[in-house]
Design a protein around this ligand. Structure first.
Ligand code: A2P
Length: 269
């Protein structure tokens, strides 16, 4: 992991924001922070379009979940690096002081408003799908609304879990939010291709009941008590939906809240 930081420079592009910090977690993953437009208001869990100016003079934009909480002065994003991806092949080289384009129109379904009130909230993510939950886990509203919050995150190997692991460690040590999350936030990281304390896909750990046994939580999920937010690859989202529907949970939306919501982890290029 390597960090770089500097103070913001002058803006020139339309919708431009200045990169303030870049952290490379693995060869495939990095996160960065940038200035926040003063007028930008968003709900934790939403995404915006961000990107760079293309060689043809047109903006090259992709949807990125905002990983920072709504009270943060800056914005944070978590991204994959794809060597020949049109955007991320370039975005991975940004440095503090560089400019990115950010369209300040946040949208998305992974928001508290899209779920009916419940007791237990499950965040289920693979890979960079943890980004919206990085925002929601740092939002006090999450702990005001639920008695228990469970973050299940699965990656291929241990290094890919580090962004989430560090975030939760910082949260537990935070003088303000630390007290709110104590005894409420349960973290269940697993790997599928490298040995680690907990292994296996989220889907397997839910259906086998292993996660309930490991966390000492009642299982399976029920429409009466459980609410779920899902963010991962297309295949992951489809498989999790089938499991949740099998447990009689219904998909919700901003216009019609229900028991679970799903969003694809963005930016595969
Ligand atoms: P696996 O290693 O068994 O494929 P990726 O890096 O390819 O985006 O995958 C991230 C994590 O998501 C991996 O641990 C992968 O497990 C897991 N995964 C991929 N597809 C599914 C799925 N359909 N259901 C559950 N987990 C999945």
């Amino acid at each position: 992991m390597s960090d770089t930081a500097s103070t913001p420079k002058v803006k020139t592009l339309p919708d431009a924001q200045t990169v303030t910090k870049v952290t490379h977690w693995t060869e495939r993953l990095f996160s960065f922070r940038c200035t926040r437009p003063q007028s930008l208001r968003f709900r934790s869990g939403e995404f915006v379009m961000i990107g760079l100016m293309g060689d043809n003079g047109k903006p090259l934009l992709r949807a990125y979940s905002i990983a920072s909480p709504s009270w943060d002065d800056e914005l944070e994003f978590y991204s994959i690096k794809v060597p020949d991806g049109p955007l991320t092949s370039r975005l991975q080289h940004i440095e503090p002081g560089d400019q990115i384009i950010l369209r300040p129109k946040p949208v998305g379904t992974l928001v508290h408003d899209a779920l009916l009130p419940g007791k237990r909230l499950w965040f289920l993510a693979t890979g960079t799908g943890i980004a919206p939950f990085a925002s929601l886990m740092r939002d006090p509203e999450t702990y005001e609304k639920y008695e228990q919050v469970i973050m299940m995150h699965t990656c291929r190997d241990v290094a890919e879990l580090e962004y989430g692991r560090r975030l939760i460690e910082d949260l537990r040590n935070d003088p303000l939010i630390g007290e709110m999350v104590e005894g409420k936030l349960h973290y269940y990281p697993t790997t599928t291709r490298e040995e680690s304390p907990h292994m296996g896909r989220i889907t397997e750990n839910l259906t086998s009941g292993r996660v309930f046994a490991d966390l000492g939580q009642p299982g399976p999920l029920t429409p009466e008590t459980d609410r779920v937010m899902v963010c991962g690859s297309l295949g992951f989202n489809i498989d999790v939906k089938a499991i949740l529907e099998g447990w009689s949970l219904r998909e919700g939306a901003n216009s019609e809240p229900a028991e679970y919501v799903v969003e694809k982890a963005f930016v595969g290029e």
